[in-house]
Design a protein around this ligand. Structure first.
Ligand code: ADP
Length: 258
């Protein structure tokens, strides 16, 4: 019956138009939120720098005139403002990730992993640990900077969340399956209980106090959002006390290597 069919298709068109309107509104709201958090993060840093600088100057230039309590207070201001600066920097990195235009090219995992290892080399050495890279690693379709952020965060965590008196031993390897490449970062650290394995990927979710393990709680949010922006996924397998195996899965990259 043609009348029925016409009515149905008119209804579908109406629904489609409503959906398109909602998507437009949502995109505009998202854009506004991004711009807002970006400018807040930027503008917050200037007064923070002043706090940091003057409290450091207080300790350096007037340290002799301060008693022990005065020293303690000024030291706490320095530490708190440093922590806040780290938070803002991480927030900026996260918001950049949401805003940046991501163009995908073939990227060598080895290049990215080697670069990331370079940034934490000192820390690994100081702790008497090692990072073992099982070469060759594959090639993936990615945006090099974003992939670098992902790998750096995973390696930094693998080296940080160690058991007391156990130097970090981190293994990096890749595995290829039906056009997808999975990069694994495996550590011998404290591990993660099953009930926490999803929530740690959300921004600001941390399982420990800053005293025990310093951090901002944004690293894994960058890992997950970054992987999604590259058309991939990230996750973890772990047992408490028996280390963690974080993974990022991306499409395999053909052709020239970035
Ligand atoms: P941060 O490292 O700044 O705390 P992340 O977002 O990178 O923030 O990690 C969130 C939380 O996930 C950490 O605070 C920690 O509790 C847990 N976590 C992350 N990586 C590991 C790991 N390799 N081993 C054990 N726990 C981890």
């Amino acid at each position: 019956d043609i009348t029925d069919r016409k009515a149905t298709s008119a209804q579908i068109e109406e629904l489609n138009a409503a959906l398109a309107r909602q998507i437009r509104d949502l995109a505009a709201a998202n854009q506004e939120l991004d711009a807002f958090s970006y400018s807040i993060s930027h503008d917050l840093r200037a007064p923070l720098r002043a706090m940091q600088g003057f409290s450091e100057a207080l300790l350096e230039d007037y340290g002799e005139r301060l008693d022990a309590t005065g020293h303690d207070y000024a030291g706490r201001i320095v530490a708190a403002s440093r922590q806040m600066d780290a938070l803002i920097q991480d927030l900026l990195a996260y918001s950049r990730l949401v805003r940046v235009e991501v163009k995908l090219d073939p990227v060598s995992l080895e290049t990215v992993v080697d670069e990331a290892c370079g940034t934490i080399e000192m820390e690994v050495k100081e702790r008497g640990g090692e990072i073992i890279v099982e070469r060759p690693l594959g090639r993936v379709l990615a945006h090099r900077t974003v992939l670098g952020q992902i790998v750096t965060n995973l390696l930094a965590n693998a080296v940080k969340f160690t058991k007391a008196d156990t130097p970090p031993v981190v293994r990096v390897r890749s595995e290829s399956d039906r056009g997808r490449d999975r990069l694994w970062v495996e550590d011998n650290g404290i591990g993660i209980a099953p009930q926490h394995r999803e929530r740690i990927f959300r921004a600001f979710e941390r399982l420990h106090g800053a005293q025990q393990y310093p951090g901002t709680g944004i690293g894994l949010a960058i890992v997950q959002k970054g992987a999604a922006r590259l058309g991939g996924q990230a996750g973890v397998e772990s047992e408490p006390g028996a280390g963690s195996r974080f993974w990022v899965e991306l499409a395999e990259g053909e052709g020239a290597t970035a």
